[in-house]
Ligand binder design. Structure first.
Ligand code: ATP
Ligand code: MG
Length: 354
């Protein structure tokens, strides 16, 4: 298989972990005889420093021509006082927008070796393995009007969705469920919100196209509670933009470490941007101690969702699991009796299993 991949290392530990991702992909291409071609471009703070903008035109053009994009991280204290158009985060929001990525996928998996890192009881989080599919381009964050009155005492935000926007994210979630345990929980507030009523209607209509997937509806308040009392009840959750924003941060505490969480932002032709959930971690940047596993797991998502290489994706995920099982861990992971390693050594251990 031949694919064009754009690498956007970005800032801080982004460039360190993206090297790990590249090495893992090299091992996969060698083993399976794929040809992946890489194009590296600037984004975020480095792009501001080098080219005076967080999102240079050549970066946008390269991403538009790519089959998939891997992003490290953007941001850091160096640019915190910049005017808003020169903020590194603008680069990330901009690239998501110009690629039209409407589906944000965040898998959350509780690795047995990392149960100590979770603030929740072991018996509750043990075995949790869920995927949150969040709508990324509509809803309350983008609805117009969103404004304040002249006297400053009255405000309005708008939660707007078009049927087609709901259909495409729901389709994506059903397809994701088919690759997993085939259970979909649609989260809404249909007892109150008109947008949620349409959301629920669409899910009910789409059900017929995916007869192998079981469907359940939950109100967002109940879902928020169940996520921490019974996380193992979930397989795939699909929800609108703001609910997804809140629930995915809530769910991320199940695993106990930011350094383990991958994410994907997709559109329906399979093009996607893959990045770790964590940021640029300026406090540890350049020290060679960053956990590369979130970035490596993001490449597994790329293999699965953009290239449909399910077997290769599984191999990468199993390699990560194996390394944890062997007791190797970076400083961010709370592991008893294991061996503490840095970014390069951790990556080497993963490569051994790929
Ligand atoms: P951003 O605004 O870019 O999301 P942030 O300050 O919210 O940044 P991170 O940059 O992710 O969050 O860092 C939060 C904390 O987690 C820091 O102490 C950082 O060192 C740690 N951390 C984040 N990612 C990793 C990683 N891959 N390996 C080790 N530690 C990490
Ligand atoms: Mg953050």
């Amino acid at each position: 298989m031949e694919k064009q991949i754009v690498l956007l290392p970005g800032d801080g530990i982004g460039s360190e972990v993206i090297q790990s991702a590249r090495q893992v992909l090299d091992a996969i291409t060698e083993r399976f005889n794929h040809t992946f071609t890489y194009h590296t471009h600037d984004i975020g703070g480095v792009a501001i420093d080098q080219q005076g903008t967080p999102l240079p035109q050549d970066t946008v053009r390269a991403c538009e021509q790519a089959d998939a994009v891997l992003l490290g991280a953007v941001g850091g204290p160096k640019w915190d006082n910049n005017p808003s158009h020169l903020r590194p985060e603008k680069g990330l929001l901009g690239i998501r927008k110009s690629l039209g990525l409407f589906a944000n996928l965040r898998p959350i998996k509780g690795f047995p070796q990392l149960l100590h890192s979770s603030p929740l009881k072991h018996e509750v989080v043990d075995g949790s393995d869920l995927l949150i599919v969040r709508e990324l381009t509509g809803g309350l964050y983008f609805g117009k009007p969103s404004e304040r009155s002249h006297d400053g005492n009255s405000v309005v935000d708008t939660l707007a969705y078009e049927r087609h926007e709901i259909e495409r994210i729901v389709d994506n979630a059903f397809k994701s469920a088919q690759l997993r345990r085939k259970h979909l929980t649609s989260v809404d507030k249909a007892n109150v919100l008109e947008s949620s009523k349409l959301w629920r209607e669409v899910v009910e209509e789409k059900k017929a196209d995916y007869p192998d997937v079981t469907v359940e509806h939950q109100l967002v308040d109940a879902a928020a509670m169940k996520l921490i009392t019974a996380p193992t009840d979930f397989d795939v959750i699909v929800t609108e933009n703001m609910f997804g924003d809140i629930l995915s941060d809530e769910a991320s505490v199940l695993t106990g470490s930011l350094g383990m969480l991958p994410s994907a932002s997709l559109r329906d032709d399979g093009v996607g941007l893959y990045e770790p959930v964590h940021g640029s971690a300026p406090d540890i940047a350049g020290k060679g101690v960053a956990n590369p596993l979130a970035m490596i797991l993001s490449t597994a998502m790329m293999l699965r969702h953009s290239f449909h290489l399910e077997k290769e994706a599984n191999i990468v995920e199993e390699a990560v699991q194996q390394v944890l099982q062997d007791g190797y861990h970076t400083g961010d992971l709370d592991v008893k009796n294991g061996q503490l390693v840095g970014t390069k050594e951790m990556t080497r251990r993963v490569l051994e299993h790929v």
